[in-house]
Design a protein around this ligand. Structure first.
Ligand code: PHE
Length: 455
Protein backbone atom coordinates (compact mmCIF):
# COMPACT_ATOMS: atom_id res chain seq x y z
CA UNK A 1 0.00 0.00 0.00
CA UNK A 2 1.28 3.42 -0.90
CA UNK A 3 1.39 6.34 1.45
CA UNK A 4 -0.32 8.92 -0.67
CA UNK A 5 -0.42 12.60 -0.10
CA UNK A 6 -3.76 14.39 0.08
CA UNK A 7 -4.95 17.71 -1.20
CA UNK A 8 -4.47 20.16 1.65
CA UNK A 9 -7.84 21.91 1.47
CA UNK A 10 -11.35 21.57 0.09
CA UNK A 11 -10.91 24.63 -2.08
CA UNK A 12 -7.66 23.17 -3.39
CA UNK A 13 -9.17 19.86 -4.38
CA UNK A 14 -12.06 21.60 -6.09
CA UNK A 15 -9.70 24.01 -7.88
CA UNK A 16 -7.59 21.11 -9.12
CA UNK A 17 -10.57 19.06 -10.29
CA UNK A 18 -12.22 22.06 -11.95
CA UNK A 19 -8.83 22.82 -13.52
CA UNK A 20 -8.94 19.42 -15.14
CA UNK A 21 -12.53 19.70 -16.23
CA UNK A 22 -12.25 23.20 -17.65
CA UNK A 23 -10.30 22.88 -20.84
CA UNK A 24 -10.56 23.21 -24.54
CA UNK A 25 -13.82 21.27 -24.33
CA UNK A 26 -15.50 24.23 -22.66
CA UNK A 27 -13.71 26.95 -24.55
CA UNK A 28 -13.88 25.85 -28.13
CA UNK A 29 -16.02 22.77 -28.36
CA UNK A 30 -19.06 24.02 -26.50
CA UNK A 31 -19.75 27.21 -28.54
CA UNK A 32 -19.39 25.22 -31.77
CA UNK A 33 -21.85 22.58 -30.59
CA UNK A 34 -24.26 25.23 -29.30
CA UNK A 35 -24.17 27.06 -32.61
CA UNK A 36 -24.80 23.91 -34.62
CA UNK A 37 -27.56 22.57 -32.38
CA UNK A 38 -29.98 25.39 -31.73
CA UNK A 39 -28.21 27.61 -29.15
CA UNK A 40 -29.63 27.18 -25.70
CA UNK A 41 -31.67 24.19 -26.85
CA UNK A 42 -28.28 22.46 -26.89
CA UNK A 43 -27.37 24.13 -23.61
CA UNK A 44 -30.47 22.65 -21.96
CA UNK A 45 -29.68 19.24 -23.36
CA UNK A 46 -26.11 19.58 -22.20
CA UNK A 47 -27.18 20.58 -18.68
CA UNK A 48 -29.43 17.52 -18.57
CA UNK A 49 -26.59 15.27 -19.71
CA UNK A 50 -24.23 16.76 -17.13
CA UNK A 51 -26.66 16.40 -14.25
CA UNK A 52 -28.31 13.12 -15.15
CA UNK A 53 -25.29 11.30 -16.49
CA UNK A 54 -22.13 13.29 -15.82
CA UNK A 55 -22.53 13.69 -12.07
CA UNK A 56 -23.30 10.00 -11.35
CA UNK A 57 -20.45 8.71 -13.53
CA UNK A 58 -18.15 11.23 -11.88
CA UNK A 59 -19.29 9.89 -8.50
CA UNK A 60 -18.51 6.37 -9.63
CA UNK A 61 -14.93 7.38 -10.45
CA UNK A 62 -14.56 9.39 -7.25
CA UNK A 63 -15.69 6.48 -5.12
CA UNK A 64 -13.14 4.17 -6.75
CA UNK A 65 -10.26 6.57 -6.23
CA UNK A 66 -11.03 7.78 -2.75
CA UNK A 67 -11.89 4.40 -1.26
CA UNK A 68 -8.74 2.70 -2.53
CA UNK A 69 -6.37 5.69 -2.57
CA UNK A 70 -4.82 4.05 -5.60
CA UNK A 71 -3.99 4.85 -9.18
CA UNK A 72 -6.55 3.85 -11.78
CA UNK A 73 -5.22 0.31 -12.22
CA UNK A 74 -4.56 -0.21 -8.51
CA UNK A 75 -8.09 0.84 -7.60
CA UNK A 76 -9.60 -2.14 -9.43
CA UNK A 77 -6.88 -4.50 -8.22
CA UNK A 78 -7.45 -3.59 -4.62
CA UNK A 79 -11.21 -4.06 -4.76
CA UNK A 80 -11.26 -7.24 -6.85
CA UNK A 81 -7.75 -8.73 -6.72
CA UNK A 82 -8.64 -11.99 -8.42
CA UNK A 83 -10.62 -10.57 -11.31
CA UNK A 84 -9.40 -8.92 -14.49
CA UNK A 85 -11.32 -5.66 -13.93
CA UNK A 86 -8.05 -3.77 -13.68
CA UNK A 87 -8.11 -3.89 -17.49
CA UNK A 88 -10.68 -1.07 -17.34
CA UNK A 89 -8.17 1.00 -15.38
CA UNK A 90 -5.38 0.06 -17.76
CA UNK A 91 -7.52 1.17 -20.72
CA UNK A 92 -8.01 4.49 -18.96
CA UNK A 93 -4.25 4.87 -18.61
CA UNK A 94 -3.74 4.12 -22.31
CA UNK A 95 -6.54 6.51 -23.32
CA UNK A 96 -5.20 9.26 -21.11
CA UNK A 97 -1.70 8.94 -22.49
CA UNK A 98 -2.92 9.03 -26.08
CA UNK A 99 -5.00 12.12 -25.29
CA UNK A 100 -1.99 13.68 -23.61
CA UNK A 101 0.02 13.21 -26.81
CA UNK A 102 -2.26 15.46 -28.86
CA UNK A 103 -3.56 17.73 -26.11
CA UNK A 104 -0.01 18.77 -25.27
CA UNK A 105 0.37 19.89 -28.89
CA UNK A 106 -2.60 22.19 -28.50
CA UNK A 107 -1.26 23.43 -25.16
CA UNK A 108 1.91 24.35 -27.09
CA UNK A 109 -0.13 26.33 -29.65
CA UNK A 110 -1.86 28.27 -26.89
CA UNK A 111 1.55 29.26 -25.48
CA UNK A 112 2.68 30.21 -28.97
CA UNK A 113 -0.32 32.48 -29.43
CA UNK A 114 0.14 33.87 -25.95
CA UNK A 115 3.70 34.77 -26.80
CA UNK A 116 2.60 36.18 -30.17
CA UNK A 117 0.08 38.38 -28.33
CA UNK A 118 2.48 39.59 -25.64
CA UNK A 119 5.28 40.32 -28.08
CA UNK A 120 2.85 41.86 -30.58
CA UNK A 121 4.14 39.59 -33.34
CA UNK A 122 0.66 38.19 -33.98
CA UNK A 123 -0.64 41.62 -34.89
CA UNK A 124 2.44 43.12 -36.51
CA UNK A 125 1.48 44.82 -39.78
CA UNK A 126 -2.24 44.72 -39.11
CA UNK A 127 -2.62 48.53 -39.32
CA UNK A 128 -2.10 48.52 -43.07
CA UNK A 129 -4.76 45.94 -43.78
CA UNK A 130 -8.33 46.44 -44.90
CA UNK A 131 -11.06 44.48 -43.10
CA UNK A 132 -11.40 42.03 -45.95
CA UNK A 133 -7.72 41.17 -45.77
CA UNK A 134 -7.76 40.24 -42.09
CA UNK A 135 -9.01 36.71 -42.59
CA UNK A 136 -6.20 35.86 -44.99
CA UNK A 137 -3.70 37.48 -42.64
CA UNK A 138 -4.70 35.37 -39.63
CA UNK A 139 -5.04 32.23 -41.72
CA UNK A 140 -1.46 32.81 -42.77
CA UNK A 141 -0.44 33.30 -39.15
CA UNK A 142 -2.12 30.07 -38.16
CA UNK A 143 -0.33 28.25 -40.94
CA UNK A 144 2.95 29.61 -39.64
CA UNK A 145 2.16 29.02 -35.95
CA UNK A 146 0.65 25.58 -36.31
CA UNK A 147 1.99 24.10 -39.51
CA UNK A 148 5.60 25.15 -39.64
CA UNK A 149 8.05 22.47 -38.67
CA UNK A 150 10.16 23.78 -35.82
CA UNK A 151 8.19 26.53 -34.16
CA UNK A 152 5.23 24.49 -32.84
CA UNK A 153 7.60 21.75 -31.69
CA UNK A 154 9.59 24.35 -29.78
CA UNK A 155 6.48 25.61 -27.97
CA UNK A 156 5.40 22.02 -27.42
CA UNK A 157 8.68 21.51 -25.56
CA UNK A 158 7.97 24.57 -23.45
CA UNK A 159 4.52 23.19 -22.58
CA UNK A 160 6.13 19.88 -21.57
CA UNK A 161 8.74 21.72 -19.48
CA UNK A 162 6.02 23.67 -17.66
CA UNK A 163 4.17 20.43 -16.95
CA UNK A 164 7.34 18.81 -15.63
CA UNK A 165 7.98 21.82 -13.41
CA UNK A 166 4.50 21.71 -11.89
CA UNK A 167 4.27 17.95 -11.54
CA UNK A 168 7.69 17.62 -9.91
CA UNK A 169 6.26 19.83 -7.15
CA UNK A 170 3.89 16.98 -6.28
CA UNK A 171 0.21 17.00 -5.44
CA UNK A 172 0.07 19.77 -2.84
CA UNK A 173 2.94 22.02 -3.79
CA UNK A 174 2.57 21.50 -7.52
CA UNK A 175 -0.95 20.66 -8.70
CA UNK A 176 -2.93 22.15 -5.81
CA UNK A 177 -0.95 25.31 -5.32
CA UNK A 178 -0.97 26.08 -9.01
CA UNK A 179 -4.69 25.40 -9.40
CA UNK A 180 -5.42 27.65 -6.43
CA UNK A 181 -3.74 30.50 -8.26
CA UNK A 182 -4.73 29.77 -11.83
CA UNK A 183 -8.41 28.95 -11.46
CA UNK A 184 -9.36 32.35 -9.99
CA UNK A 185 -7.24 33.96 -12.72
CA UNK A 186 -9.21 32.05 -15.32
CA UNK A 187 -12.57 33.11 -13.91
CA UNK A 188 -11.53 36.75 -13.60
CA UNK A 189 -10.27 36.91 -17.19
CA UNK A 190 -13.40 35.21 -18.42
CA UNK A 191 -15.61 37.65 -16.49
CA UNK A 192 -13.72 40.61 -17.99
CA UNK A 193 -14.14 39.17 -21.46
CA UNK A 194 -17.86 38.62 -20.95
CA UNK A 195 -18.26 42.26 -19.92
CA UNK A 196 -16.23 43.52 -22.88
CA UNK A 197 -18.15 41.34 -25.31
CA UNK A 198 -21.53 42.34 -23.93
CA UNK A 199 -20.57 46.00 -24.29
CA UNK A 200 -20.00 45.67 -28.05
CA UNK A 201 -22.55 47.32 -30.30
CA UNK A 202 -25.31 44.88 -31.20
CA UNK A 203 -24.20 42.38 -28.55
CA UNK A 204 -27.79 41.90 -27.36
CA UNK A 205 -28.75 40.18 -30.58
CA UNK A 206 -25.87 37.76 -30.04
CA UNK A 207 -27.11 36.94 -26.57
CA UNK A 208 -30.56 36.30 -27.95
CA UNK A 209 -29.08 34.11 -30.65
CA UNK A 210 -27.28 32.08 -27.99
CA UNK A 211 -29.98 31.94 -25.35
CA UNK A 212 -33.12 31.64 -27.46
CA UNK A 213 -33.68 27.94 -27.87
CA UNK A 214 -34.31 26.61 -31.35
CA UNK A 215 -35.67 23.17 -30.69
CA UNK A 216 -36.09 22.43 -34.38
CA UNK A 217 -32.32 22.00 -34.60
CA UNK A 218 -32.33 19.23 -31.99
CA UNK A 219 -31.89 15.83 -33.60
CA UNK A 220 -30.79 12.46 -32.23
CA UNK A 221 -27.29 13.52 -33.25
CA UNK A 222 -27.52 16.57 -30.99
CA UNK A 223 -28.25 14.24 -28.09
CA UNK A 224 -25.22 12.13 -28.92
CA UNK A 225 -23.11 15.28 -29.19
CA UNK A 226 -24.37 16.63 -25.87
CA UNK A 227 -23.52 13.33 -24.20
CA UNK A 228 -20.07 13.26 -25.78
CA UNK A 229 -19.52 16.86 -24.78
CA UNK A 230 -20.53 16.15 -21.18
CA UNK A 231 -18.16 13.19 -20.96
CA UNK A 232 -15.17 14.94 -22.49
CA UNK A 233 -15.77 18.16 -20.69
CA UNK A 234 -16.07 16.58 -17.26
CA UNK A 235 -12.88 14.55 -17.87
CA UNK A 236 -14.78 11.25 -17.51
CA UNK A 237 -13.35 7.91 -18.59
CA UNK A 238 -9.75 9.07 -18.60
CA UNK A 239 -8.75 7.86 -15.14
CA UNK A 240 -8.26 11.49 -14.11
CA UNK A 241 -11.07 11.54 -11.58
CA UNK A 242 -10.01 8.21 -10.07
CA UNK A 243 -6.48 9.53 -9.72
CA UNK A 244 -7.36 12.95 -8.33
CA UNK A 245 -9.92 11.54 -5.90
CA UNK A 246 -7.29 9.19 -4.55
CA UNK A 247 -5.82 12.38 -3.07
CA UNK A 248 -9.17 13.46 -1.55
CA UNK A 249 -9.36 13.33 2.25
CA UNK A 250 -11.72 10.68 3.60
CA UNK A 251 -14.25 13.22 4.83
CA UNK A 252 -14.73 14.86 1.42
CA UNK A 253 -18.39 15.10 0.44
CA UNK A 254 -18.22 13.44 -2.97
CA UNK A 255 -21.74 14.38 -4.03
CA UNK A 256 -21.20 18.05 -3.24
CA UNK A 257 -17.79 18.04 -4.91
CA UNK A 258 -19.10 16.49 -8.11
CA UNK A 259 -21.97 18.96 -8.32
CA UNK A 260 -19.71 21.97 -7.70
CA UNK A 261 -17.18 20.78 -10.27
CA UNK A 262 -19.89 20.12 -12.86
CA UNK A 263 -21.60 23.45 -12.28
CA UNK A 264 -18.35 25.41 -12.50
CA UNK A 265 -17.42 23.64 -15.71
CA UNK A 266 -20.88 24.41 -17.04
CA UNK A 267 -20.51 28.03 -15.97
CA UNK A 268 -17.29 28.37 -17.95
CA UNK A 269 -18.99 26.95 -21.03
CA UNK A 270 -21.91 29.36 -20.70
CA UNK A 271 -19.60 32.33 -20.08
CA UNK A 272 -17.62 31.36 -23.15
CA UNK A 273 -20.89 31.40 -25.08
CA UNK A 274 -21.53 34.89 -23.73
CA UNK A 275 -18.13 35.99 -25.02
CA UNK A 276 -18.30 34.41 -28.43
CA UNK A 277 -21.90 34.79 -29.59
CA UNK A 278 -22.18 38.55 -28.94
CA UNK A 279 -18.75 39.17 -30.49
CA UNK A 280 -19.66 37.19 -33.59
CA UNK A 281 -22.94 39.00 -33.98
CA UNK A 282 -21.42 42.40 -33.37
CA UNK A 283 -18.87 41.91 -36.14
CA UNK A 284 -21.38 40.34 -38.49
CA UNK A 285 -19.70 36.95 -38.35
CA UNK A 286 -22.69 35.02 -37.07
CA UNK A 287 -23.20 33.05 -40.24
CA UNK A 288 -19.69 31.59 -39.92
CA UNK A 289 -19.18 28.21 -38.30
CA UNK A 290 -17.52 28.47 -34.88
CA UNK A 291 -15.16 25.65 -35.62
CA UNK A 292 -12.67 24.63 -32.94
CA UNK A 293 -9.16 25.61 -33.87
CA UNK A 294 -10.20 28.16 -36.51
CA UNK A 295 -12.50 29.82 -33.99
CA UNK A 296 -9.79 30.47 -31.42
CA UNK A 297 -6.77 30.88 -33.67
CA UNK A 298 -8.23 32.79 -36.63
CA UNK A 299 -11.64 34.30 -35.98
CA UNK A 300 -11.03 35.53 -32.44
CA UNK A 301 -7.68 37.21 -33.30
CA UNK A 302 -9.53 38.87 -36.18
CA UNK A 303 -12.13 40.16 -33.72
CA UNK A 304 -9.42 41.36 -31.31
CA UNK A 305 -7.71 43.16 -34.19
CA UNK A 306 -10.87 45.17 -34.81
CA UNK A 307 -11.17 46.24 -31.16
CA UNK A 308 -9.19 49.01 -29.54
CA UNK A 309 -6.17 47.50 -27.69
CA UNK A 310 -6.06 44.22 -29.62
CA UNK A 311 -2.88 43.04 -27.92
CA UNK A 312 -4.43 43.36 -24.48
CA UNK A 313 -7.55 41.32 -25.28
CA UNK A 314 -5.54 38.80 -27.19
CA UNK A 315 -3.06 38.37 -24.33
CA UNK A 316 -5.89 37.93 -21.84
CA UNK A 317 -7.69 35.41 -24.00
CA UNK A 318 -4.66 33.27 -24.79
CA UNK A 319 -3.62 33.40 -21.15
CA UNK A 320 -7.05 32.01 -20.33
CA UNK A 321 -6.67 29.34 -22.98
CA UNK A 322 -3.16 28.44 -21.80
CA UNK A 323 -4.34 28.16 -18.20
CA UNK A 324 -7.26 25.97 -19.26
CA UNK A 325 -4.94 23.76 -21.31
CA UNK A 326 -2.11 23.43 -18.78
CA UNK A 327 -4.36 22.61 -15.80
CA UNK A 328 -5.89 19.89 -18.00
CA UNK A 329 -2.56 18.47 -19.21
CA UNK A 330 -1.22 18.15 -15.68
CA UNK A 331 -4.30 16.23 -14.63
CA UNK A 332 -4.10 13.84 -17.51
CA UNK A 333 -0.35 13.33 -17.11
CA UNK A 334 -0.93 12.61 -13.42
CA UNK A 335 -2.90 9.48 -14.39
CA UNK A 336 0.19 7.79 -15.84
CA UNK A 337 2.53 9.25 -13.25
CA UNK A 338 0.46 7.91 -10.35
CA UNK A 339 0.18 4.54 -12.07
CA UNK A 340 3.92 4.32 -12.55
CA UNK A 341 4.61 5.41 -9.00
CA UNK A 342 2.15 2.96 -7.48
CA UNK A 343 2.68 -0.03 -9.73
CA UNK A 344 6.46 0.07 -9.92
CA UNK A 345 7.04 1.71 -6.54
CA UNK A 346 9.31 4.34 -7.96
CA UNK A 347 9.86 7.89 -6.78
CA UNK A 348 7.84 10.83 -8.07
CA UNK A 349 10.71 12.48 -9.88
CA UNK A 350 11.55 9.37 -11.85
CA UNK A 351 7.87 8.80 -12.68
CA UNK A 352 7.31 12.39 -13.85
CA UNK A 353 10.33 12.31 -16.13
CA UNK A 354 9.58 8.84 -17.49
CA UNK A 355 6.09 9.94 -18.48
CA UNK A 356 6.81 13.43 -19.76
CA UNK A 357 10.23 13.34 -21.41
CA UNK A 358 9.26 10.84 -24.14
CA UNK A 359 6.37 13.15 -24.97
CA UNK A 360 8.86 15.50 -26.58
CA UNK A 361 9.14 12.87 -29.31
CA UNK A 362 5.69 11.27 -29.09
CA UNK A 363 3.85 14.58 -29.29
CA UNK A 364 6.14 15.87 -32.01
CA UNK A 365 4.56 13.30 -34.33
CA UNK A 366 0.98 14.60 -34.09
CA UNK A 367 2.38 18.11 -34.14
CA UNK A 368 4.28 17.49 -37.35
CA UNK A 369 1.27 15.81 -38.88
CA UNK A 370 0.14 19.32 -39.73
CA UNK A 371 3.24 19.95 -41.77
CA UNK A 372 5.67 17.61 -43.47
CA UNK A 373 4.01 14.48 -42.19
CA UNK A 374 0.55 15.56 -43.24
CA UNK A 375 0.36 12.76 -45.78
CA UNK A 376 0.94 10.01 -43.23
CA UNK A 377 -2.55 8.66 -42.59
CA UNK A 378 -4.02 6.06 -40.23
CA UNK A 379 -7.47 4.92 -41.39
CA UNK A 380 -7.53 8.03 -43.57
CA UNK A 381 -6.86 10.39 -40.66
CA UNK A 382 -3.78 12.41 -39.73
CA UNK A 383 -1.95 11.13 -36.65
CA UNK A 384 -3.45 14.00 -34.63
CA UNK A 385 -7.02 13.30 -35.69
CA UNK A 386 -6.58 9.58 -35.30
CA UNK A 387 -5.39 9.95 -31.70
CA UNK A 388 -8.27 12.31 -31.02
CA UNK A 389 -11.07 10.20 -32.42
CA UNK A 390 -9.73 6.81 -31.33
CA UNK A 391 -9.30 7.88 -27.72
CA UNK A 392 -12.29 10.20 -27.42
CA UNK A 393 -14.85 8.21 -29.37
CA UNK A 394 -13.81 4.68 -28.53
CA UNK A 395 -11.66 4.39 -25.42
CA UNK A 396 -13.42 6.96 -23.21
CA UNK A 397 -16.92 5.47 -23.58
CA UNK A 398 -15.46 1.97 -23.07
CA UNK A 399 -13.80 3.01 -19.81
CA UNK A 400 -16.91 4.82 -18.58
CA UNK A 401 -19.04 1.80 -19.42
CA UNK A 402 -16.57 -0.44 -17.58
CA UNK A 403 -16.62 1.82 -14.52
CA UNK A 404 -20.44 1.88 -14.41
CA UNK A 405 -20.82 -1.87 -14.82
CA UNK A 406 -18.13 -2.42 -12.20
CA UNK A 407 -19.68 -0.13 -9.60
CA UNK A 408 -23.30 -0.91 -10.48
CA UNK A 409 -23.14 -4.67 -10.94
CA UNK A 410 -19.86 -6.17 -9.77
CA UNK A 411 -19.25 -4.43 -6.46
CA UNK A 412 -21.93 -4.76 -3.77
CA UNK A 413 -24.40 -1.83 -3.58
CA UNK A 414 -23.00 -1.04 -0.16
CA UNK A 415 -19.72 0.12 -1.71
CA UNK A 416 -21.15 3.17 -3.45
CA UNK A 417 -23.54 3.89 -0.58
CA UNK A 418 -20.68 3.88 1.92
CA UNK A 419 -18.57 6.13 -0.24
CA UNK A 420 -21.33 8.62 -0.99
CA UNK A 421 -22.59 8.81 2.58
CA UNK A 422 -19.08 8.70 4.08
CA UNK A 423 -20.08 5.50 5.83
CA UNK A 424 -23.42 6.78 7.04
CA UNK A 425 -22.42 10.32 8.00
CA UNK A 426 -24.17 12.06 5.09
CA UNK A 427 -27.70 11.95 3.68
CA UNK A 428 -28.55 8.92 1.66
CA UNK A 429 -31.34 9.90 -0.73
CA UNK A 430 -29.43 11.24 -3.75
CA UNK A 431 -27.22 8.20 -3.58
CA UNK A 432 -30.05 5.85 -4.41
CA UNK A 433 -30.72 7.85 -7.56
CA UNK A 434 -27.02 7.86 -8.46
CA UNK A 435 -26.91 4.11 -7.89
CA UNK A 436 -29.81 3.45 -10.27
CA UNK A 437 -28.37 5.72 -12.95
CA UNK A 438 -24.99 4.02 -12.72
CA UNK A 439 -26.64 0.61 -13.01
CA UNK A 440 -29.12 1.21 -15.80
CA UNK A 441 -29.28 4.61 -17.47
CA UNK A 442 -25.59 5.37 -17.90
CA UNK A 443 -24.55 2.02 -19.44
CA UNK A 444 -27.46 2.15 -21.86
CA UNK A 445 -26.73 5.69 -23.03
CA UNK A 446 -23.00 5.04 -23.28
CA UNK A 447 -23.64 1.98 -25.45
CA UNK A 448 -25.92 4.05 -27.70
CA UNK A 449 -23.30 6.78 -28.10
CA UNK A 450 -20.62 4.19 -28.71
CA UNK A 451 -22.58 2.46 -31.45
CA UNK A 452 -23.35 5.81 -33.02
CA UNK A 453 -19.67 6.79 -32.99
CA UNK A 454 -18.67 3.52 -34.59
CA UNK A 455 -21.16 3.85 -37.44
N1 PHE B 1 -12.30 18.35 -19.57
C1 PHE B 1 -11.19 18.56 -20.41
C2 PHE B 1 -11.52 19.58 -21.48
O1 PHE B 1 -12.62 20.04 -21.54
C3 PHE B 1 -10.85 17.26 -21.00
C4 PHE B 1 -9.46 16.96 -20.83
C5 PHE B 1 -8.88 16.94 -19.59
C6 PHE B 1 -8.72 16.68 -21.90
C7 PHE B 1 -7.58 16.68 -19.46
C8 PHE B 1 -7.42 16.43 -21.79
C9 PHE B 1 -6.85 16.45 -20.56
O2 PHE B 1 -10.69 19.96 -22.27
Amino acid sequence: MSTKTEFASKIGLIAATVGSAVGLGNVWRFPAEAQANGGSAFLLLYILCVLILGVPVMLAEFSLGRSTRSDSIGAFRKLTPDKPWWIVGATAVVASYLILCFYMVVAGWTLEYLWGSISGELYAGIENLGESEMRGFFNGKMEYYVQSEYRPVMFLSIAIAINIGILLGGVQKGIERLSNILMPVLFVILAVMVVVSLALPGAGAGVTYFLKPDFTKITPISVVNALGQAFFSLSLGMGILITYSSYYPKNTNLMKTSIIVSLLSLLVAVMMGLVIFPAFKSFGLDSEPMQGATLVFVTLPEIFARLPLPQLWSTLFFLLLAVAAITSTISIAEVSIATLQDRLHIGRKKAVLTILLPLAVLSALPSLSFSSLSDIKIFGLTIFDFLDSFSTNILLPLVSLGVCVYIGWILPGKFLRDELTNHGHLHAWPNTIAQQIIRYVAPLLIILVFIYNLL
